[in-house]
Structures are given as C-alpha cells and as structure tokens.
Design a binder for this molecule. Structure first.
Ligand SMILES: [Zn+2]
Length: 377
C-alpha cells in the first residue's frame, strides 16, 4: 500500500512577538534615516508564509508539531552558558543586541528559545518517525549565530542544536545541513569546522555577508577537512545556476556522505525580489531545490528531512517561496496546481531562469575542483 506522506509543521504565533524594533544600522548618531524604518527581519514575513500555507490549503495537510522552548542543556550543545545567560539578561531589559546585529526585545529570550526548540521538535518528530519530514517555520533565524554571540538577526543557532539533538538523543551518526540562505551560514560552519559527523554545505552569494566567510577553499580542518562545502555563487545567479550547483556538487557529495538526517537551513533571500541580496531565484527554483533535497533524503535516510526557516526579506515574494517549499514537501493532491508565481510569466522568462551564466559556471567548476580532493565530483 502506498504510504501517505506525513509532513509536520512547526509554527507558533509567539514567533511573531520576536521584536527586532526599528532599523538602527549600528545605532549611529546622527540618526541615519529621515523617518524610522522597521527592521527588515519583520514578523510579517513568517506570518505571511503561514497565512499563504493556510490560504493554499497546504497547512491543512500538515501535522502540527508543538514547539517547546529549548533548554540550557539543548542550547549548550553549541552555545556557551555565558552567552545563554546574557540573552536572558538582555531580555529582562527593554531589549538590545545579543551580539553583532541580532536584536531582541523584552522577553525575546523566550522566543529565541522557542525557535531553537521548534527546530528540535521537528527533528524529534522526524527522527522518531512521527513525521516523514517537517517544516519548522520559526523565528528568529539561526545560521549566523556563533557559540558565544548572536549575529545577523540570529540569536541561537537552530540548525546546529537540532543536529546535535539528532546525534545525542536519536543516535544519528551523520547529519547533512544544507544551507541555501543567500548569506553564508557562518555560525553553522564554525560549529562543525573540525567535525566529520556533520557535513555542512552552503550555497550563497559570493562574499555578501558576513565578510570573509564562505569562500570555496574553506573546507574545514583536522578530521573535519572536506566536510565543509562552500559554493559561493556570483550575484545574479538564478534557477539554472542553482540547479547546476545542486546536480554538479550538492547531490553527489550528499550521496557519498550518506546522512542519517538532512536538515535544510532554508533562507528565501536568494529570491529575485530580495532587498538584501542580488540573486534571481523564483518559486520554481525553490521547488526544484526542495525536490532535490527530498530525493537525497529519500535515497539516504528514509526521507528524513527537516527544513528550518532562516532569512528571506522580500515582503510579498519570500512568503510565497516558503509556502511553495511547504507545498512541495507535502506534494500535490490530484487536480491541485502549484502555487502560482506572483512574478507571473516573467519568472520563467527572465534570463537567470534559463541560463547559467559564464561567471556562475566558472564559480561552480572552481568549487567542484576544490572539493574533488575529498569527494568524487
Ligand atoms: Zn540570509
């Protein structure tokens, strides 16, 4: 009998209470804007993604997984106790920066714990078989967060503590974390820099943020050498370039690694409308990347796949990308059509949807040749 896919969804209205305040750009004086501008990491992005999932009937077909706040023990699988205590302390004031550009408001420690705990809950569900796969639509995001400080809107590193949960509690030996957020997942890279049990693969806009992170020759050290895979792509890269990077590098290396769990750090800020980056992915690109990761998880680990929300800042478009990822995860029922791209025909016709581009091709070949020392690519 065909097995009906059981896909989990972690969402909690409390994620929307994470208050990033107004955009202070380093809090310089004199004030840098004529009028205050809302912080770009706004609650509306994740809220709209959830509402689109509702409107398109996607969340109805997902199993709700409750998020519980991550404990000190769970967070300290990566973070220092000093940092965890500092976040609590800041949250008892009117808020502040937990590190380098990762603001929280009063009580924000609880929301950040809930985001980490939400990704952990999704991992628990997938590792125990309660769900085949799961989408943790959490906030704040995690992949920039370092052991001892928040960074780039991220407070705790949700993907890292979830990977450790899979290893410590559920006995996973090898975890693959694939990070398609347009920025480099420096916090995740740092966590597993010398650790061969977690393969970290990041696709990102070349040298965008943080500066100096994510070059192709950053491959890990000691026992972890070769288990960090960086694929920096030039600005303008779109569906075709990402598809080439997935088929040329991501899929072959992931299969050789043969993970027990796949976690995707899913930032939808490589979209063609994102204000913080210059990539050109459309809904079809996000659908294709999701399908590839589902196929890899299907081949290697009975489909065990956890998608956790990272960035994505185009107010209209990024939520559509997230809803499309969720729809791809649950699959279409008969007569159901894919969520339409609000970019219309232009989404399929724009050059980046149909051409790789010479500079992207060269970047992919360069990364493949660096990685050829460790993997057959
Ligand atoms: Zn990002």
């Amino acid at each position: 009998m065909p097995h009906e896919r059981n896909v989990g969804l972690v969402f909690d209205d409390r994620f929307l209470t994470h208050n990033t305040g107004i955009d202070l750009i380093g809090d310089v004086t004199p004030y840098p804007f004529a009028e205050p501008i809302a912080h770009v990491s706004s609650p509306a992005l994740v809220g709209r993604a959830k509402h689109l999932m509702d409107l398109f009937g996607v969340s109805d077909r997902m199993q709700r997984i409750a998020a519980a706040p991550a404990s000190d023990e769970q967070l300290s699988a990566y973070h220092t106790l000093d940092f965890i205590a500092r976040v609590t302390q800041i949250a008892q004031t009117d808020g502040g920066d937990t590190g380098a550009g990762a603001p929280i408001g009063r009580g924000g420690d609880r929301v950040a714990r809930l985001a980490a705990g939400g990704t952990i809950a999704a991992t628990d569900a997938v590792m125990t078989g309660r769900a085949d796969a799961a989408y943790a639509l959490v906030r704040p995001p995690g992949h920039h967060a370092m052991a001892d400080q928040g960074m780039g809107f991220c407070v705790f590193n949700n993907a890292v503590v979830a990977a450790r949960q899979a290893q410590r509690i559920h006995g996973a030996e090898r975890v693959l974390i694939l990070d398609w957020d347009v920025h480099h997942g420096n916090g995740t890279q740092a966590a597993f820099w010398s650790d061969p049990s977690v393969l970290f693969i990041s696709l990102h806009q070349d040298d965008l943020y943080p500066a100096g992170w994510g070059a192709a020759d950053q491959v890990g050290i000691d026992a972890g050498e070769g288990f960090t895979v960086n694929i920096p792509l030039p600005a303008g890269s779109g569906n075709m370039a990402y598809a080439a990077a997935f088929s040329r590098i991501v899929a072959p290396i992931a299969r050789q690694f043969d993970p027990d769990l796949v976690i995707v750090s899913a930032g939808q800020d490589a979209s063609v409308f994102d204000p913080l980056a210059r990539m050109s992915l459309t809904l079809a690109g996000y659908q294709a990347m999701t399908e590839t990761m589902m196929a890899i998880a299907g081949e290697c680990c009975d489909g065990r796949l956890v998608i956790t929300q990272e960035g994505g800042y185009a107010p209209q478009y990024a939520p559509y990308c997230s809803a499309t990822i969720a729809q791809t995860l649950v699959g279409l029922v008969p007569d159901e059509v894919p969520i339409p791209d609000p970019y219309g025909e232009r989404a399929a016709n724009q050059p980046a949807s149909n051409e790789i581009g010479l500079d992207a091709e060269q970047a992919i070949e360069r990364a493949a040749s660096v990685l050829g020392t460790y993997w057959s690519t």
